[in-house]
Design a protein around this ligand. Structure first.
Ligand SMILES: NC(=O)c1ccc[n+]([C@@H]2O[C@H](COP(=O)([O-])OP(=O)(O)OC[C@H]3O[C@@H](n4cnc5c(N)ncnc54)[C@H](OP(=O)(O)O)[C@@H]3O)[C@@H](O)[C@H]2O)c1
Length: 333
């Protein structure tokens, strides 16, 4: 281990690397805290055929193989999020709120995002802060009003995170919409509104977050739906499923690109979850029918989804990259 560390250190010196490091691989010095950060330099992978335009965002360095090798130290097997800063879009209610609380319960500092309901956001913040009184984990939270269907809104979340805590380790792109219309009724506004919040803003928010993330260690988690794997497909789901399928593909590609820079990129795809988004326009009989299709004879709860996100965000999930993680109680296989 000592040999490996010294090899990594000498490689860093030889290559004059300035990329950020989050985790020490030495359990005696590692408590999940983040080492002082150095601004990452822009670089292109040698495999990339074209050079980056002048105004391209600064990506972290590709991490040399020796530095990618991590130990099996307790810290790297940990699901603790102490010292991590998370941004969760759409997190004052429903699945996003459960995610924010799950991350906070593991010690993260969380940006809780809302559009309309500041008191709901504040109660999520209060619940997260209350974890401290029980176990003193250093978790914290702030509520930030921002429209996650607009890139400026997303950027505001990143800015608030860095202003408050100086970093972003975990980005959960949970906010989304689910309209239901067959092709004959789909117009451009309907289509574009889905692709804005379900695809475009998550992509560009991820792009903006990457230079703020520690390498190795940063985590990007997109949100899709088990509907992309459902047979038979539902005609009304055209736009929603198209947008969610798109984000799954984005995650696959980014997992390769950003994976080489020490980050992981995954998609979490819930099955039906009892939230306003799911209930909208569905009579109770339809909901019962959907529940009956699940081996558990119920639809999911936000708390069924959140633990997966907390795990994927943790150091223990360093080897989970580029996956579409379906969390649906066995409803869609
Ligand atoms: N529920 C399901 O059955 C299901 C299944 C598969 C996938 N999903 C996916 O899981 C994610 C979350 O779904 P959900 O059911 O929890 O949704 P939801 O019930 O509609 O979520 C509401 C939350 O999102 C916030 N929000 C809504 N629009 C926003 C915007 N433009 N900017 C920022 N925040 C916004 C709300 O804030 P305010 O309260 O302030 O308005 C609230 O905190 C979505 O990506 C969805 O596609 C859900």
């Amino acid at each position: 281990m000592a040999g490996l560390k010294s090899l990594a250190s000498s490689l860093r010196k030889k290559l004059h690397l300035g990329g950020r490091q989050c985790h020490s691989t030495d359990p005696s010095t590692s408590n999940g805290s983040v080492e002082p950060k150095v601004e990452p330099k822009a670089s292109m992978s040698p495999a990339e055929p074209t050079s980056a335009p002048e105004d391209a965002p600064k990506l972290p360095e590709v991490v040399p193989a020796a530095e990618m090798v991590v130990s099996t130290s307790p810290q790297l097997l940990s699901t603790s999020l102490e010292g991590k800063v998370a941004v969760v879009t759409g997190s004052s209610r429903s699945i996003g709120a459960a995610i924010a609380k799950a991350l906070g319960s593991q010690g993260a500092k969380v940006v809780v995002n809302y559009v309309n309901d500041s008191s709901a956001a504040q109660s999520v913040v209060n619940e997260i802060k209350a974890f401290n009184t029980k176990e003193s984990k250093g978790c914290d939270a702030i509520a930030v009003q921002a429209d996650a269907s607009k890139l400026e809104g997303g950027q505001k979340l990143l800015a608030e995170a860095t202003k408050t805590w100086g970093q972003v380790d975990i980005l959960v792109l949970n906010a989304g919409i689910m309209g239901s219309k067959p092709l004959a009724e789909v117009d451009e506004d309907f289509f574009d509104s889905h692709f804005e919040i379900n695809v475009k803003v998550p992509v560009f928010l991820a792009k903006a977050a990457v230079p703020l993330m520690p390498t190795p260690g940063g985590r990007i988690i997109f949100f899709s739906s088990s509907l992309t794997g459902l047979t038979p497909v539902l005609p009304n789901a055209l736009t929603y499923v198209a947008s969610k399928g798109a984000i799954e593909q984005v995650a696959r590609v980014l997992a390769k690109d950003l994976g080489s820079r020490g980050l992981t990129v995954n998609t979490v795809s819930p099955g039906p979850v009892d939230t306003p988004l799911f209930r909208a326009g569905k009579p109770e009989e339809v909901i019962k029918k959907i529940a009956a299709q699940n081996p558990n004879n119920r639809v999911g709860l936000p708390e069924d989804i959140a633990p997966m996100v907390a795990f994927v965000a943790s150091p223990a999930a360093q080897w989970i990259n580029g996956q579409n993680l379906r969390v649906n109680g066995g409803a869609v296989l």
